[in-house]
Design a protein around this ligand. Sequence first.
Ligand code: HEM
Ligand code: HEM
Length: 192
Amino acid sequence: MPNNVDQPRMRYSIAAIILHWIMGVGFLLMLGSGLTFENWDNMPQDLKFNVIQWHKSLGVLLLCAVALRLVLRFIIKPPSLPAKLSNLDKIAAKAGHWALYAAMIIMPVSGWIMVSSSSYGLPTIVFNWFEWPHIPDLAGNREIRQLSGGTHEYTAYIFIGLIALHIAAVVKHYIIDRINLLPRMGIGKTKS
Ligand code: HEM
Ligand code: HEM
């Protein structure tokens, strides 16, 4: 009789799965909106203003979500990686996941520093719901504004590269190694 009690857990916790997919969509919307308002030269001013307010609102909520996700990750350990993966693939998977977490933190934190050090002093009102405070003592600090702006921009490109690699890795494991990782993230059934 199959006994699954001692089997290692095959999938992420339901909380990790829900957060993974909601945040995945959220970060893609953030990258899409940021690149749009930065590169659309003749974007109407009022639309640009509204999109940036929306970008800031979703961005700080994603910062809270990544904090929650990391706390949960320490409480509920992720399932161990499939034994069929080579040691190199296991190291690459872990490094890739931590690099994604780093980008998920650096992006909103650099955005927060950027708006806190701006000389405009525009508040961040999260979806007209509550005010997210600025980091104190930074207002009007040009050096910090420049540094955080550069970090925000360049990390965005690195983040896009990491997401592309992440998806490519899932496809590579599916096609070449014949390992379907998607059920571990809640898409489809795991084999028992
Ligand atoms: C913004 C987009 C995304 C981000 C930031 C992201 C981030 C992450 C992170 C950090 C993990 C590791 C979870 C952990 O161990 O705590 C993970 C796992 C995973 N992701 Fe994504 N992800 C994104 C999009 C996607 C997409 C589009 C797919 C579908 C191809 C996908 C499929 C998976 C799968 C299957 C796993 C489980 C890997 C395993 O077997 O351990 N992700 N993702
Ligand atoms: C959560 C993840 C975030 C992502 C993925 C993201 C992504 C981006 C991208 C791709 C750009 C365009 C960069 C460029 O080409 O220069 C941008 C610009 C910007 N972001 Fe974010 N962002 C995030 C969070 C935030 C947060 C939390 C804030 C503020 C509270 C913020 C405020 C801004 C501002 C003000 C700009 C315009 C910068 C300028 O005019 O120089 N972002 N963002």
